[in-house]
Design a protein around this ligand. Structure first.
Ligand code: NAD
Ligand code: DAU
Length: 354
């Protein structure tokens, strides 16, 4: 048996592949385009491991995807591949439409054709698991209940709109063609190998580099933070026991305002790597808000707990401590990914913010 993972050189995908092969001998075919966010360094521990077969390519390349499906006959496809950064989607939505919508469409077409040609026993076992986000549900007011699986879709950014479109396509391929799909909508992840364009790794990186810590708007926007290993465990659980065609919300029961996150990071760094004078909090700088910034996300993760028995193992206190430690110990990884093109992005995103 084999699984095919797309986007397995990115943050969550790489954590998923590493965790999968730490717990099972079932091989992984890993299809990733290696955009700026994909990094083979994340998979260095698997060098020479015959259970990991990496292929550089696009989920929208039908010829390639069809050939991989025919050659490896995976029992499941788990799709992480996407453009994932909200700010980038605001500066340039084109790639988001291309990969998240058009790419997912091509992938679904290939998987559907492959599924239709399988023998009965293989068809019974086959799964397509689509990894999505809580952002498709839009923004909550302070007193609204957390998102359940039946919340209406109200995406507000080009990123979340493109993910919403992909969720709808996945749903349609189940209802129309009988493709055995599962969809997960997860909250904000943090942990090792996250590209330092996202809040937590960006703040750690900037703090250590003596740069400003840019807080968008008033810093009171709320996200529900989940340790990436817990997300990976939830996906494994949904793959194993999820009901076909169902959606599972995944979250950490851990709502926090951005400013609290940044204060926590500063305090951890003050203890682990004290500055010559003062605190990392002194580097906090309020900057112009993200256009259309969603105020609050919160996930009601009771369905996956009740039906599949999954709950997060990590608390925020334990997860964030491990994460800060990982970034302190992997300064070389950060230096590699922050060189070159990333510097241009930093100028584009932060250069014009007051
Ligand atoms: P990421 O940006 O770190 O990684 C995305 C990966 O996909 C990269 O390795 C990239 O090279 C690859 N990729 C991009 N376009 C591709 C294409 N056309 N063909 C093949 N590979 C391609 O993203 P992430 O944070 O690891 O997110 C993974 C998935 O999880 C995404 O679908 C995202 O929407 C979803 N998600 C992320 C979070 C989060 O907090 N990061 C939370 C919920 C859901
Ligand atoms: O909710 C799940 C989503 O979480 C995923 O689908 C996305 O792929 C992932 O990128 C993430 O989206 P966010 O926009 O919530 O994450 P980001 O890390 O970009 O920002 C988190 C919060 O921090 C958000 O309110 C914006 C704010 N922020 C972010 C950056 C980069 C700042 O205040 N300053 C910053 O410099």
């Amino acid at each position: 048996m084999t699984i095919l993972v797309t986007g397995g050189a990115g943050f969550i995908g790489a954590n998923f592949v590493l965790d999968w092969l730490a717990q099972s001998d079932e091989p992984v075919v890993n299809l990733d385009k290696l955009t700026y966010a994909g990094n083979l360094e994340n998979l260095k521990a698997l060098q020479g491991d015959a259970r990991h077969f990496f292929v550089r390519g696009d989920i929208g390349d039908r010829e390639l995807v069809a050939a991989l499906l025919a050659q490896h006959r995976p029992r499941a496809v788990i799709s992480f591949a996407a453009e994932s950064h909200v700010d980038r989607s605001i500066h340039g939505p084109g790639e988001f439409i291309q990969t998240n919508i058009v790419g997912t469409f091509h992938l679904l077409e290939c998987v559907c054709a492959h599924y239709a040609a399988l023998a009965d026993a293989e068809r019974q076992a086959f799964r397509f698991l689509h990894v999505s986000t809580d952002e498709v549900y839009g923004s909550l007011a302070a007193n609204d209940p957390p998102f359940t699986e039946s919340n209406p879709y109200q995406p507000n950014s080009p990123y979340s709109a493109s993910k919403a479109a992909s969720d709808h396509l996945v749903r349609a391929y189940h209802h129309t063609y009988g493709l055995p799909v599962l969809t997960t909508n997860c909250s904000n992840n943090y942990g090792p190998y996250q590209f330092p364009e996202k809040l937590i790794p960006l703040m750690i990186h900037n703090a250590l580099a003596g740069k400003p810590l840019p807080i968008y708007g008033d810093g009171q926007q709320i996200r529900d933070w989940l340790y990436v290993g817990d997300h990976c465990a939830a996906i494994r659980r949904v793959l194993k026991a999820g009901k076909l065609g169902e959606v599972y919300n995944i979250g950490g029961w851990n709502e926090m305002p951005n400013l609290t996150i940044v204060h926590t990071l500063c305090d951890l760094l003050d203890a682990a790597r004290p500055k010559a004078a003062g605190s990392y909090r002194d580097q906090i700088a309020y900057v112009t808000d993200r256009p259309g910034h969603d105020r609050r996300y919160a996930i009601d993760a009771r369905k996956i707990a009740r039906e599949l028995g999954w709950r997060p193992a990590e608390t925020f206190a334990t997860g964030i401590k491990k994460t800060v430690q990982w970034y302190l110990e992997n300064a070389g990884w950060v230096a590699d990914v922050t060189s070159g093109a990333y510097r241009q992005w930093t100028e584009q995103n932060y250069g014009k913010r007051a």
